[in-house]
Design a protein around this ligand. Sequence first.
Ligand code: IYR
Length: 218
Amino acid sequence: MPQFIPYHPLAFSAGDQAARAREFYELCSRRRTVREYSSRPIVRELLETLIRTAGTAPSGANKQPWRFVIVTDPAIKHEIRLAVEKEERESYEHRMPQEWLDDLAALGTDWHKEFLEIAPALIVVFSIEYEKEGEITRKNYYVKESVGIAVGFLLAAIHNAGLVSLTHTPSPMNFLQKILDRPANERPFLLIPVGYAAENVVVPDIKRKSLEDIALWK
Ligand code: IYR
């Protein structure tokens, strides 16, 4: 039998509602992906709060199919960098079609991933595809959607705390399972360097689509 408890939604006056919505939009609109980091460490309790925030995301059947591995050990970061760069070099030089390389030219990315060692923390997000209960295997539901939402919460929380991040997608990235000693039911989803931005950091001059471009009203 499901158990239900009272829920008290946040409630605001219309004025406060509009102001809060605008403030949150402005906060989010200032977020940028950053590829150059300072090595200044992050206090562990701060990282813990950010991960807790990610863990408040909704998920298919509330299975919470995510694992966040926080890497601060320089030796492990080094190992990850070497493994990533090996694959990325192959991708940039041989696997990615010209059209993709052209699309990335505006972002200035290449196979060098110094940030994997300079950023004080790497959050490696794993999706938990299934759980084993003795002989029984229980598949999780809407895993990509659920973990994607949790990462959205995480990125917003990181930004809100005055830290910067990068949604890095080394490909392929199965080696992360091995380096980080994760079991077969956990699949690497995203690698997120987190830290303080390097001094005088620059970002590509990209534009966001307008409301009219992204919304339709019926
Ligand atoms: N994974 C590569 C390539 C890359 C792909 C996309 I799509 C980007 O938006 C950025 C980079 C890399 O991390 O460099």
